[in-house]
Ligand binder design. Sequence first.
Ligand code: OGA
Ligand code: MN
Length: 298
Amino acid sequence: MALTSIALTPRIGSEVRLDKAALLAGDHAADIRELLVSRGALVFRGLHLNDEELRTVARSLGDLRIGSAKRGADGKVLTEGDRGVLKVSLDPKVNPDYAKFLFGNLLWHMDGTYEPVPPFATLFTPARLSREGGDTMFASTYAAFEDLPQAEQDDLATLRVVHTMQAALFPAKRDCTAEEFAVWSSYPQRSHPLVWQHKSGRRSLVLSTSGAWVEEMHPAESHDLLQRLMLHATQDRYTYRHKWTPGDLAIWDNTGTMHRAMPFEAGSTREFHRCTLNGEEPITAPDLASARAAATVA
Ligand code: OGA
Ligand code: MN
């Protein structure tokens, strides 16, 4: 069976129509990966994947993550759920260690910006929906970059941003305790280029609420720049908002998109099962000198 896809918005998001057996067999894995990078986020309907099937699809597309970059209350490294399937829920009974971090999912972010090589992609399927709200939104940081004027693209390509856990979580929990803030602050900070030259040839902005400051820039200028880029990248024309129905599967390219959960009722039992695919390339800034030389030759 051939893979058919329908664009959900002009710049980001496609719905893929594919028979479940063909998806599980991995027949179209190369096409799905290509579509994922060109469309940023893919949605499949009516699949109703169980955990083992979710792992199978994940393994067909990349390197399924088993470990995790986060630590539990005892300081030990957390594992990424059950053999690579993490339960994403704010209910501490479902996921006592992760519930302490996942409220940050309500803000625009990329996953794993504290890591040297952020995850390539995430697979996400609902186990239980919220009663109200709880859509997931995706924003294309490829499209947002591509639309900037050339001179600004070149300027941004020279900058680096420091990503921190405090920057990611504090705005989502301003009433945090001093202890919580201290735990977030104990995580390593990570500096990444602001513009990513992907092996695929595409370029994207490396933006996330975790982006705390631009290196070697006055704090006020840095704050204003990051805010302006975040507003630019999350305009309607770069985003797709997914309303979940049971059985859906979404996959996002974590390297060229941001995502966020939309608010849902307090005390919700909303739960998703998630597989993460390990990153395949470090964030590399464009080589401006060779880009200019190529432009001159052309
Ligand atoms: C995540 C995430 C968004 C959502 O699991 O990394 O950001 O809608 N989830 O729950
Ligand atoms: Mn996330």
